[in-house]
Design a protein around this ligand. Sequence first.
Ligand code: HEM
Length: 419
Amino acid sequence: MPAQPASARPPLFTWEFAADPYPAYAWLREHEPVHRTTLPSGVEAWLVTRYADARQALADGRLSKNPVHHSEQAHRTGRVGIPGERQADLMTHLLNIDPPDHTRLRRLVSKAFTPRRVAAFEPQVQRLTDRLIDGFAARGSADLIHEFAFPLPIYAICDLLGVPAEDQDDFRDWAGMMLRHTKPGQGGGQRGGVGRAVKRMRAYLAELIHRKRADLGDDLISGLIRASDHGEHLTENEAAAMAFILLFAGFETTVNLIGNGVYALLRNPGQRALLQESVARGESALLETGIEELLRYDGPVELATWRFATSPLTIGGVEIPVGDPVLVVLAAADRDPARFADENTLDLARTDNPHLGFGHGIHYCIGAPLARLEGRAALATLLTRLPDLRLAADPEELRWRGGLIMRGLRELPVEFTPE
Ligand code: HEM
């Protein structure tokens, strides 16, 4: 292959890019920090890659989340948004709406999905984590994505929402269908399998909400039904869309937090040893800063979800026409050397770390406390129970799921001394 000139931009949205997007992002940050690109779906969009621009764009009210504002061209291709969500009743969820509707719904869901509820859930997450590790600990080998990182968040959110145990494997199957259909640069695949999975999940949730309304418990779905603000409640449709978005937004993200996180630790033995020693001493400080650093270093959400310019604006000196989609590249912003010293170094003890892995502004991740809880339980328990955990594959051969929005490993083969 002829050598590329030093200034050529590495290609975007290829398999190689999915395996390591950071050289391309470094190039963009330096040469074209606000870059117009054609996505694999054919939609033209702006990529915002510098930290300062990204943070500002995430909080800019002129960038709407409502797909109604996307340009004709994006509209024609129908390739924006969450797969399967074009079913009208799923459209009204937090990631798709602006104030004042967003303010109202977020306030209502915040009344039910409280940090207190999440903290009380800790023993259950620990039991779940141990149960999954029990499934492979005696074997001496495992695929940590399929056997651990993938089921943990699905079962955790199902438990939290109040999905009965006997139905949770259906969710595991539907979620699996969603993951399998992701190709580099696509939004998770709007194709048949995903659409069907979303439809079944949606129908199940609607039915569950209907049943729970008559018999409220102390699960999150009952909490959503009960939540009221100045006499306002969620409608059944809104509660179903909310339960769906909690599942959807909290599932693949957490799979990737655990998968990318364990992988980063296995590739950085010095940092892994520090964390392992700290966990063995029963300390929590390094685990806590470590989760934040893993979110910064190789976070699950590569690009924030779609935003659309509702009035002309400039980002980083570049004019964005009305209707154009803007994608804020969190993974690029979080490695911006203008904000993070030694940006490409994993430093679990990093404290000056205002990463954008959970977003910023009014759409800041409402599930962050749950994600952190699951991440801490997963890493601490793996390192404690399987202390000589090691990669059982050539890193070059690992396959990455490079969806447009998220990025994570398809599999993570490991070996260890059987328990
Ligand atoms: C929003 C990341 C886990 C529910 C967001 C956003 C990001 C994000 C970046 C903002 C998107 C934007 O502005 O376009 C993550 C990461 C997670 C995670 C990295 C795991 C490590 C969860 C969990 C849940 C959840 C566990 C729920 C169970 C949501 C919801 C929103 C959101 C509902 C929309 C909030 C709003 O628009 O007001 N998340 N998330 N996330 N996240 Fe998470």
